[in-house]
Design a protein around this ligand. Structure first.
Ligand code: ECB
Length: 129
């Protein structure tokens, strides 16, 4: 069993967030987003998950069951409609996001007492802890 991702996690590092966002949105919002200290709140009951990304500027939340494709609308982010599927790959909770943007997705895992997140889109990779 992978370590639980549940809890409230405050960002301590964020590498190439601007590169990742540049694959999705224009420069104006990126300037605001780059300054944010994001908080993740992850809740789980069985294979049902809620992941909230919270900030002083905007909040974003998704709810899904692992292994089942769901319609995701990235409201307040890049405002795209995508088809998302979240599965466990070893110790990583991984999401594939199929839509207009190629090679889009993310992976969450726990290492020690830290939550890691890798976000990717096109050739860009952002690494958050
Ligand atoms: C919700 C806080 C961020 C608000 C930033 C506002 C504008 C930026 C617009 C688009 C940039 C693209 C993505 C923002 C990046 C992070 C927010 C959610 C990232 C994500 O997909 O998280 C996953 C994995 O934890 C769950 O939704």
């Amino acid at each position: 069993m992978p370590a639980s991702l549940c809890g409230t996690w405050d960002m301590i590092s964020n590498v190439n967030f601007d590169g990742y966002m540049s694959a999705l949105i224009s420069v104006y919002l990126r300037k605001i987003a780059l300054r944010l200290k994001l908080r993740k709140v992850i809740e789980q009951q069985g294979d049902q998950y809620i992941i909230k990304t919270l900030s002083t500027f905007r909040n974003y939340a998704i709810s899904f069951k692992t292994g089942q494709v769901f319609e995701e609308f990235t409201k307040g982010l890049d405002n795209r409609h995508i088809k998302s599927t979240v599965t466990w790959q070893g110790n990583k909770l991984t999401c594939e996001q199929v839509g207009e943007k190629k090679n889009r997705g993310w992976a969450h895992w726990v290492e020690g007492d830290k939550l890691h997140l890798e976000l990717h889109c096109d050739g860009e990779v952002c690494k958050q802890v």
